[in-house]
Design a binder for this molecule. Structure first.
Ligand code: SF4
Ligand code: SF4
Length: 364
């Protein structure tokens, strides 16, 4: 018995501690068989993709929107549907949609019906508002200034019809970011946290918790200096220089920057990563200082819907939000959406060239 255990132990594969598992092992057999040999694809209805291989094999993919935070109950419910009406193969998209693959068109209708009966919409393909790509928020990350999943759920509840239909001029990608420095991405419409006050330092904790040199190095405008406060090593912030970015908060939680009143939300418009029809674009700020107002964020939802429906009405076919704004011009964008144009929309900060941490050198 003991010998058998030793042999069994020797045969165990060493755990791989980093990286995601090989996706091929989870793929639908038809996808493995035809890997790299697809002839064309189309969309027979919103939420369904149809791929045809050179071999003549066909596969249908049903895209389902989720509420993003899935507990064991929801996972079991969805897996039961997939086992019963699908073929047991599923993948998550980057935007937390489920994609269920089946090898016959006959299975698509009952699968969609089962998802809809369970309260899950099918859509998000083609010229729709697909699921909002978002970040971890309070669920996993250590630096958020707000929740992310909550904003996404409440907004997608309001944009439900635009998810299940394909009636936009082109696809619309909405993103959220719960801090000012990381996951925001380039969205057609982006909802990003905006801190408006410098961090408050808890000097009693800095020496115990923070590596002061790394915090000093982290500041993009060199506003942080080492200091001795009440006889203890701590830090100080030059508030005139601070741009309230929040980059010091992750390596040094005692530099608290989150604030229920002064951490706001801002909306940015016109970003895209795709180079189809026009070059990739950076998003631009269009609304700032919106209240961070859980659980439904009504002020943010109102601005997003205003932008979205103005775009839907005014854009030409196949124009992304950024293309539309480029064509009509930013003054017209503000006129049509009714959003106020303020001094905060003008990027006149000329200090970047000298003080931004664009190289490995620290400047004081
Ligand atoms: S946006 Fe910032 S706070 Fe939110 S998950 Fe990404 S890194 Fe964390
Ligand atoms: S890292 Fe950002 S928030 Fe912190 S002091 Fe520097 S500019 Fe201000």
């Amino acid at each position: 018995m003991a010998q058998a255990q030793v042999i069994e132990k020797k045969q165990m594969r060493a755990p791989i501690e980093s990286g995601c598992p090989d996706g091929m092992q989870y793929m639908h057999p038809l996808m493995i068989k035809n890997f790299g040999n697809w002839k064309y694809h189309d969309r027979p209805r919103p939420g369904v993709l149809h791929h045809v291989a050179y071999s003549g094999d066909e596969i249908w993919t049903v895209r389902v929107g989720t509420q993003r935070q899935l507990g064991p109950y929801e996972i079991n419910l969805l897996c039961d549907i997939i086992d019963k009406y699908g073929e047991g193969f599923v993948r998550f998209t980057i935007r937390s949609n489920l994609e269920v693959m089946v090898s016959s068109w006959d299975k698509v209708g009952p699968l969609i019906q089962a998802f809809n009966d369970a309260g899950y919409p099918v859509g998000g393909t083609g010229n729709s508002v697909t699921m909002i790509s978002h970040t971890q928020g309070w669920l996993h990350c250590d630096i958020p200034g707000t929740d992310a999943s909550g904003v996404v759920k409440s907004l997608m509840d309001e944009l439900y019809e635009e998810f299940i239909k394909e009636e936009m001029p082109n696809r619309v990608h909405i993103t959220t970011s719960c801090c000012q420095i990381n996951c925001g991405g380039q969205g057609d419409i982006a909802i990003n946290v905006q801190h408006t006050k410098p961090p408050k330092i808890n000097h009693d904790l800095v020496a115990n918790v923070c590596e002061r040199p790394s915090v000093v190095a982290r500041c993009p405008v060199a506003a942080i200096r080492p200091a001795i406060v009440n006889g203890k090593p701590s830090l100080e912030v030059d508030e005139k220089k601070c741009i309230c970015c929040g980059a010091c908060y992750p390596p040094c939680p005692p530099m608290q920057i989150n604030d229920p009143e002064h951490s706001k939300l801002a909306i940015w418009v016109g970003g895209k990563n795709s180079n189809a029809r026009s070059k990739p674009m950076f998003q631009k700020l269009v609304a700032a200082g919106l209240p961070n107002n859980p659980p439904r964020w009504p002020e943010v939802a109102a601005v997003v819907k205003k932008i979205l429906y103005t775009y839907k009405k005014d854009a030409r076919d196949w124009e992304r939000v950024g293309d539309w704004v480029e064509r009509i011009g930013w003054p017209r964008f503000f006129e049509l959406t009714g959003l106020p144009f303020t001094k905060f929309h003008i990027d006149n900060w000329r200090g970047a060239r000298n003080s931004l941490n664009a190289s490995a050198h620290i400047r004081f």
